[in-house]
Design a protein around this ligand. Structure first.
Ligand SMILES: NC(=O)c1ccc[n+]([C@@H]2O[C@H](COP(=O)([O-])OP(=O)(O)OC[C@H]3O[C@@H](n4cnc5c(N)ncnc54)[C@H](OP(=O)(O)O)[C@@H]3O)[C@@H](O)[C@H]2O)c1
Length: 278
């Protein structure tokens, strides 16, 4: 079959078989779903909220500062996304509980959790890091991710299933110099994903993870703002540029959609081609 004939037959198939197109659209649609995204007033969290919202989900955005929440809510509303916003520091139990209760009150249930929050209060040799540093990093980056999951699972179960996505990092595979404790916390999320997946599959809840490479956000600005470091870093990449938050948001939305219905316990690395293995 030559190219023209092949194209013609594809179009004929689409005309005569519209159901296949509709099926593809409905597989990626998140209409009717309610999604909590933590740390979602900027960067990757905000991009995840946009990606989920554009596919029809009611998104619940939050972060520590009210002014940031207001700004993100206004932006998402301007893009015709259904959104609820509140403050939540994921490191605080009362904030986590408030976030979940507000979602139940205003949205009627929970289908999706994107656990995106992380802190890094320490740069330097790992042997110089203190107990306080480790407590803070593990508490926000790992324990809170688990405790948020524990809070939402009963509500997902009531809805017949759901999706949890953790945001790890390429640093979880290859510890970054001067970011030892942070890197270890991101490795822990790979383990948490695999530990939760079999248990929650029984409730029809899939648990997955994304591990971004270097993505242009405030969080990475110390790195992306330094041309010498970036020139050196780009040598490791197949795609010779820094990633955009939207390139992570789309993968998160895919993992939460029916297109990914047979994927659980998995981490997708989104790094521009950095080799990742443990
Ligand atoms: N950017 C990268 O290159 C990169 C690479 C790999 C992995 N990651 C991961 O991606 C995730 C998001 O990073 P990002 O680059 O998108 O950061 P970002 O652009 O700096 O945004 C961080 C967001 O988190 C909120 N936040 C910070 N601490 C919080 C807390 N304790 N509780 C709730 N919200 C909090 C901030 O708002 P408030 O200030 O109002 O709280 C803001 O909305 C993190 O898990 C990070 O480790 C990033």
């Amino acid at each position: 079959m030559n190219g023209r004939v092949m194209l013609k037959s594809v179009f004929r198939c689409l005309r005569t078989n519209p159901v296949s197109c509709q099926r593809n659209m409905s597989q990626s649609s998140l209409a009717g779903k309610v999604a909590i995204i933590t740390a979602s007033t900027d960067g990757i969290g905000l991009a995840a909220a946009q990606a989920l919202g554009k596919r029809g989900a009611h998104v619940v955005v939050s972060s520590r500062r009210q002014a940031n929440v207001d700004k993100a809510v206004a932006l998402l509303q301007s893009q015709s996304i259904t959104v609820t916003g509140t403050t939540c520091n994921v490191g605080k139990e009362e904030d986590r509980e408030k976030l979940v209760q507000l979602t139940l009150d205003q949205c009627g249930g929970i289908d999706i959790l994107v656990s995106n929050a992380a802190v890094n209060p320490f740069f330097g040799n790992i042997m110089d890091s203190t107990e306080d540093v480790w407590d803070k990093i593990l508490s926000v980056n790992v324990t809170s991710a688990f405790l948020m999951t524990k809070l939402v699972v009963p509500h997902m179960t009531k809805r017949g299933g759901g999706n949890v996505v953790f945001v790890s990092s390429v640093a979880g595979y290859q510890p970054m110099q001067a970011l030892g404790p942070y890197s270890v916390s991101k490795t822990a999320l790979l383990g948490l994903t695999r530990a939760l997946a079999p248990e929650l599959a029984q409730s029809n809840i899939r648990v997955n993870c994304v591990a971004p490479g270097v993505i242009k956000t405030k969080f990475s600005s110390a790195l992306t703002g330094n041309e010498d470091i970036m020139d050196e870093f780009k040598k490791q990449l197949s795609i010779k540029r820094v990633g955009e938050p939207e390139e992570i948001g789309g993968v998160i939305a895919f993992l939460c959609s029916e297109d990914a219905s047979y994927i659980t316990g998995e981490t997708i690395t989104v790094t521009g081609g950095i080799g990742c293995r443990l």
